[in-house]
Design a protein around this ligand. Structure first.
Ligand code: F6P
Length: 543
């Protein structure tokens, strides 16, 4: 890290040099700019599977080289070795970070520990085998409700990492849902409306409730789980509940105590962070939708990214470059947020998923050494699918005062179905692609209307575009793993622990302190909340 201050200074000079340079000029001066500032992943020499275009940023070759120097000075290489080597890099919680082993195979590179006691793969494969077999049994009607009815509805109760990943992926892979697979519903919010709306019209006799919680203590999840158990019990009888109740957790004793049958508990481990747990049994709802083979493809796609991140030189490494571009925008250009815009309706929940992945990981102010960091860390991440977003907030992206770098995500080769002719499918897909490209071009080049400033587009607004060959399980796995490693790269450069989340604790604690005051007028309460508690009591008609 010693040299890194020089690297930061050097990068500052590059930004001074490049800030005012029109992006269009970069393309005019260098016809090979796209080729030189884009990268694709082609495992085994196949055609491109995933491409990253970062030609529409202010970076030139010298600035990129300086960013790569920064990565080296920040010991990214050692960080990568420590990650895959299972070192306890989550220092505050004294844990390794090995969620990538969840997508491994028995001979994978991180499975080759000499000591069988530290080889994680046998237990990972055994648990994976159990939950995938369970998913297949449900899909094919071998696991039924207590009255023998086929399971037609699955309600996944969980929040944060126990909700956002599976929910995003179930929607993303709608084209791969299996015939006979149940409909998947997600309940996360403790707002009772979420539960009520999810199960309206759903027959408990045909339902499977999944309680997904790494800790099995999360207040929202346990509250909804109790509501679900009462709902099931009223319909099928308490003693028949076990066919309808599943738990996904690292806390097996608490799941058993709650009344989930041992055979219906699928575990994972404390070296899997909640926001990185989609690859574990937390992915059961996804497996119930797309089936075991597709789930394995999803893991295989992520594994292709694991290998790439592990093996590739920094200059050819997709997560490294995406992370460095993030650092460039955050720390050199000073941009405080980034928009993620998937040109795919099925990726509508990707921005929400990435918000947790990125902001819970890198929204930190204290370094690994326990000292306050001196530079900005994780930006605000937000977004919505295009083209809808164009008709909502793109005005601000093009003409607002703040510059917000955009990450366009563009899957190609959509799968059709009987509701659309092949020609119509192609026409709509082309329109989608043209819109995506048009937006990044407009942001980059702008358009001058000197006579009418209200119509002027300043341009020089950066974006990257990520191409996916198609939105299928394999490519989705790759994309998600790309973002996981990007978060890791940025966290390493900022010198923070990307794997704890103490920032969520204070609010949880205060909620439990305020709760009694909502029912007992004399409960002790901070003066900061007193006024609102009284106003609420008055509005609810409580004396
Ligand atoms: O409060 C934040 C958090 O701990 C997340 O990190 C996690 O994904 C979520 O709560 C849910 O936790 P659990 O899976 O233990 O219920």
């Amino acid at each position: 890290m010693k040299n890194s201050e020089n690297m930061w200074r050097n990068l500052g000079d590059h930004w001074q040099r490049l800030a005012a340079r029109p992006m269009a000029a970069l393309f005019d001066e260098n016809p090979a700019r796209f080729a030189q500032f884009s990268l694709s992943l082609t495992p085994g020499g196949t055609d491109a599977l995933l491409g990253l275009d970062y030609s529409k940023t202010a970076l030139d070759a010298a600035a990129r080289a300086a960013l790569l120097d920064l990565a080296r000075a920040c010991d990214l290489d050692q960080g990568r070795k420590d990650l895959f080597g299972g070192q306890a890099i989550n220092r505050t919680e004294h844990r390794a970070v090995l969620h990538m082993a969840l997508r491994g195979t028995s001979d994978d590179f991180y499975a080759r520990h000499d000591d069988p006691a530290t080889n994680l793969m046998p237990m990972i494969l055994a648990e994976r085998g159990r939950f995938l077999a369970f998913a297949e049994n449900v899909i094919h009607g071998r696991h039924c409700g207590a009255t023998g009815k086929k399971i037609r509805h699955v309600i996944n109760i969980g929040i944060g990492g126990s909700d956002l990943g599976p929910q995003m992926a179930v929607r993303a892979l709608a084209a791969y849902h299996q015939p006979g697979a149940p409909a998947i519903h997600f309940v996360s919010n403790v707002d009772p409306a979420h539960w009520m709306d999810a199960v309206r019209g759903v027959d408990p006799n045909e339902s499977l409730v999944i309680i997904a919680s790494k800790t099995f203590t999360t207040s929202e999840t346990m509250t909804n789980a109790r509501a679900a158990r009462a709902w099931l019990s009223a319909a099928v009888g308490e003693k028949n509940i076990s066919n309808h109740l599943v738990a996904l957790s690292t806390n097996i004793p608490l799941a058993q105590k709650f009344g989930v049958a041992e055979k219906n508990i699928f575990g994972f481990w404390d070296w899997v962070g909640g926001r990185y747990s989609l690859w574990s049994s937390i992915g059961l709802s996804l497996a119930l939708a797309i089936g075991a083979d597709n789930f394995l493809q999803f893991l295989a796609g992520a594994r292709a990214m694991d290998r790439h991140f592990h093996d590739a030189e920094f200059g050819e490494n997709l997560p490294v470059l995406l992370g460095l571009i993030g650092v460039w925008h955050r720390n050199l250009c000073g941009y405080t947020s980034r928009a993620v815009i998937p040109y795919s309706e099925r990726l509508a929940r990707l921005p929400a998923y990435l918000q947790q992945l990125d902001m819970e990981s890198n929204g930190k102010s204290v370094g690994l050494d326990g000292v306050a960091v001196t530079r900005p860390t994780g930006p605000v991440v937000w977004g919505e699918p295009g083209t809808n977003a164009q008709h909502a907030f793109f005005q601000l992206l093009h003409q607002g005062r703040d510059i917000i770098p955009v990450e366009f995500i563009l899957p190609l080769n959509a799968r059709g179905d009987a509701s659309l002719s092949a020609a119509q499918l192609q026409e709509q897909q082309n329109l989608l692609i043209a819109n995506c490209l048009a937006q990044s071009e407009a942001l980059a080049t702008g358009e001058s209307h000197a006579s009418d400033p209200a119509r002027d587009f300043a341009g020089n607004r950066p974006s990257v575009t990520i191409l996916l060959r198609r939105l299928d399980p394999f490519h989705l796995g790759m994309l998600i793993a790309l973002y996981e490693y990007r978060v890791f790269v940025e966290g390493k450069i900022w010198g923070i622990n990307s794997f704890d989340q103490f920032g969520v604790e204070l609010g949880k604690k205060l909620a439990m302190r305020i709760l009694p005051a909502l029912t007992h007028a004399n409960a002790a309460i901070s003066p900061v909340s007193q006024g609102l508690v009284r106003a609420i009591a008055a509005m609810r008609g409580v004396k």
